[in-house]
Design a protein around this ligand. Sequence first.
Ligand SMILES: [Zn+2]
Length: 483
Amino acid sequence: MLQKFDFEKMPVVEIVNEIMVDAAKRGASDIHFDPLPEYMKVRIRIDGLLINYAEIPNTIKKNLITRIKIIAGMNITETRLPQDGAIKASLQNVNLDLRVSSIPTSEGEKMVIRILDYSMSLSGLENLGFSDKNFHKVLKMISVPNGIILVTGATGTGKSTTVYAVLQKLNREETNIITVEDPIEMDIEGINQIQVNSEIGLTFAAALRSILRQDPDIIMVGEIRDAETAKIAVRASITGHIVLSTLHTNNSLNTIERLLDMEVERYLLASSLTGIISQKLARKLCEKCRISRKTNQYEKDLFKKILNQDIDEVYIGEGCEECGNGYKGRIAIHEVLLINQEIRDAISEGISKENLREMVYKADVNTLLQDGLEKVAKGLTTFEEVLKLIELEDDDRVYGEYDLKTAIDYTNLTHQTEINESKTDIFNDINDVNENTLNQNIPTNTDNNINENVNSMNNHQNDNEPASEPIPIIFDEIDNVSI
Ligand SMILES: [Zn+2]
C-alpha cells in the first residue's frame, strides 16, 4: 500500500498536503516521519497499528520538514531541540486539527503529526460502545450535582473522547463549564478552555485555583498528574462542583489506590468520588467481512467462567477491500463503577486492599474482561483482541498490573455475588482459577498476531501524548504559505 508520489514534479507543498489529507481520510491517528540513512520513512497509525505509507527521497527531506514546521508555527532554524507546533486548516474539504512534534535523533529530525479526530466525541455518549448497563450508570453519574468523576486508562485508550462526550452532554446554557487542559484537543462552543503553560507557571494546579474563583458549575481537568492537582480537584468537587478528570490507571480499584497514594485525604475522597470509568480500546471487526468460527475448549471455558454463557461461535475478520486486515475502527471496553455508600465508608475507614477489592467488584461492576468478552460474543471484536488488551496493554506497571489471572479474579468476585443471590453452585470452584486452564493454549494460530501486537504496543508506548503547549495557528488558505 506504499503511496507513490512524483517527487520530481510534485511541489513539496502539495506532497505535505496530500499526506495530511490522505492520512486523515484513512482515519489515521498519527503520521510519523522517520529519518533513515537512505530515505525518510513515512508511516501512519490506523486502529493503533503503524503501517508503512511512503518513502521520501533524501533530496527533498529537508524541504518537507521545513514545510511542516512553517505551517505548524515552529522554528525552522532550530533542529537540535525538540519542538511542538499545531496546524489548523481546511484542505480539500477536510478539516484538519493537528499537533506536531519534532525531536532530534541521531539520523536527523523525526516528526510526528497527531491527527485530532472529534468525530467520536461528536457522535455522543450514546455511541461510545457502552453496554446498556454501563451507559445508565454513566448517566446516573453525571446527574449528581457535585463530586468527582474519573475516566481512566493508559495512553491512547480514548479517555479524552469519553471526557469530551460527557462535557457535551453537560454543556447547557445555564451551566458554567471551565476546563484546564494540556493540550486542548477539541474546541467546544460554550465552554471556557484553558491551555496549561508551565513555562510561565500556568500549571494544572495554578489554573485550577483560579478557576474556583470563576463561579464554575463543572470543571474539567485534563489529567491528574500530581498530588497537588489531585488534592485541589477533590476539594473542588466537595464544594458543589462536578469535577471531571482522567487518570493513568487501569481499573477502578487501582484508581482509588492511586488517589490515596497521592495523599488525597481518605475522608475527602470518600465523600467526593462519584464514579470511575475505566477503558481500553479494542480493534473493531469489519462488518463487511467478519465470519463466524467455532470456539475451542479454552475459549468455551473462559466464556462459561466469566459470562456464565455457552458460546459456541465467535467471529473473525477475513479481510476485504474495505478494511484490509479484518478490523475497521476501534471499540472501547469499559469498567464502570458507581460509588455506593458501602465503598464510601470503606475508603473513609481505610480497609485493606483485599477487602476494598472485594467490595468494589461486588458492587455490580462488569469487569473489563467481562465487558470485552460480551463484545466478542456480540461479534464486535475478537477473542484474541480482548486477551491481548488484558495481558499486554500495560504501560503502568505499578498500578497497571492487570493480567488475565487478575482479570479473572476480579470478575469472579462479581460472579460470586450473583451466585449467592441465585443460589446455584455451578461456580463453587471459581476461586481456584485453574492454572492449567489459564496456561492452556491460546490457539496457536494467534501467536503471530500476539507477537505482532506486542511490537505495535511497544511502538505505541513510545509515542508521546499529543504535543504539549501547542501554538495553534489558523491557516485558512494553507496553500498561500510557501517555503
Ligand atoms: Zn473487511
